[in-house]
Design a binder for this molecule. Structure first.
Ligand SMILES: NC(=O)c1ccc[n+]([C@@H]2O[C@H](COP(=O)([O-])OP(=O)(O)OC[C@H]3O[C@@H](n4cnc5c(N)ncnc54)[C@H](O)[C@@H]3O)[C@@H](O)[C@H]2O)c1
Length: 355
């Protein structure tokens, strides 16, 4: 499958190429630059870096590399500083292009590096996790973590190209695949009843083929691209719809110190919570609640993660989306239809307590 989605923004546009053909990629980047700076993490370096470097060399390019430690701690200011040093050492200049070759961690820090190195150089995203393919590689959010908080340092900086090659998913651990499925399911819940039915059949009946992954990635990217076009820098509220399940998820991740639970696992419980809240407020009926729960269960998410209601409420109130102390939620009316609403603390607490 070869698909190209174009994201048209105010100042420039770029493509998302979904293809397993390396020729498709190299024909697009032709004449872009001679030198690439490939940033990856230790896990992907062991599995795929040699392959990618050889590809660039075979096509006549210089490919310099930098490897950071795998995991969330890789998004540190220390690693950012390492990337600046390494880039200088290997001769990366303003005409070179950085490549983020990895999951969301590599994508976020490489994007931030590219935005700031010599006042900004081009960068390309080659995502290798399902989460990065369907979410983090698109939209231009870049970041690094500081000791006091996650994603505190960062800028919006769009890539020149996103190349999604689902071949790389073959080595991705199952839990990480499921992590990305949460975001895919989210797009179905908030935008598309037909896509919901497709996913329900797929997860209920058969194992997933490479074609299924290509299709799910294509649908997800199309939705993310549309939203980013309408609200590039999260200024008019349109992009907020993508936060379905995320207010609860961020609180749960903070409560568990970003250690025990993966982002997608937290989002899965968060989407169920938002639906429970919607049901309580009579925004949706029991039928919608059952549909949401059914797809989450088919994807085998653990929906019974123990929580401390008061702690979660406090954390949700601290979330940047809370206004005047009221928590702002994306709630669901039906599959494919959402609404933004501020919800009273007592109602939130009762639903957290399962009342
Ligand atoms: N910029 C955005 O819009 C945005 C959106 C969502 C999340 N994020 C960020 O993304 C990060 C999470 O991203 P993630 O879930 O991709 O995590 P990750 O980048 O840590 O990758 C998860 C794990 O999978 C390994 N891995 C990656 N690709 C692999 C492959 N093909 N085969 C084998 N192993 C592979 C990695 O080494 C890592 O251990 C967080 O820092 C989050 O804040 C950013």
């Amino acid at each position: 499958m070869k698909k190209i989605i174009t994201i048209r923004l105010k100042e420039h546009k770029y493509n998302i190429l979904i293809s397993q053909s390396t020729n498709d990629f190299f024909s697009i980047i032709k004449n872009q630059t001679k030198t690439f700076f490939i940033v990856t993490d230790t896990n992907i370096a062991k599995l795929h870096l040699k392959y990618l470097v050889n590809l660039f060399k075979q096509h006549g390019y210089n490919a310099k590399t930098a490897v950071i430690n795998a995991g969330e701690s890789g998004k540190s200011i220390k690693n950012l500083s390492y990337l600046y040093d390494k880039a200088l050492e290997v001769g990366i200049d303003r005409k070179s292009c950085a490549i983020a070759f990895g999951g969301g961690v590599v994508g976020d820090i490489t994007g931030f590096f590219a935005a700031t190195y010599m006042r900004g150089i081009d960068f390309i995203q080659i995502p290798t996790t399902l989460l990065a393919m369907t979410d983090s590689s698109i939209g231009g959010k870049t970041a690094a973590n500081i000791p006091c908080g996650k994603n505190i340092a960062g800028v919006f900086y769009q890539p020149k190209l996103v190349w999604i090659n689902t071949f790389f998913l073959k080595s991705l651990p199952k839990r990480q695949v499921k992590n990305g499925l949460a975001e895919i399911i989210k797009y179905a819940f908030i935008f598309d009843y037909k896509f919901y039915n497709y996913l329900t059949n797929l997860f209920g009946n058969k194992t997933m083929s490479s074609k299924d992954f290509d299709y799910m990635v294509y649908k997800s990217c199309s939705y993310k691209a549309k939203i980013v076009e309408k609200d590039e820098k999260e200024t008019n509220g349109i992009r907020a719809v993508l936060n379905f399940g995320h207010t609860y998820a961020h609180a749960l991740e903070t409560a568990t110190h970003y250690k025990k639970i993966l982002h997608g696992e937290a989002v899965a419980v968060g989407m169920l919570f938002s639906t429970q809240l919607s049901l309580k407020l009579k925004l949706c009926g029991k039928e919608t609640y059952n549909k949401v729960k059914k797809l989450l269960k088919l994807t085998m998410f653990d929906l019974d993660i123990k929580n401390n209601p008061k702690q979660l409420l406090t954390l949700m109130k601290k979330d940047k989306k809370s206004v005047n102390g009221n928590i702002n939620f994306v709630l669901i009316k039906d599959i494919g239809r959402t609404v933004n609403k501020q919800v009273n603390d007592n109602i939130v607490l009762n639903v957290l307590k399962g009342k």
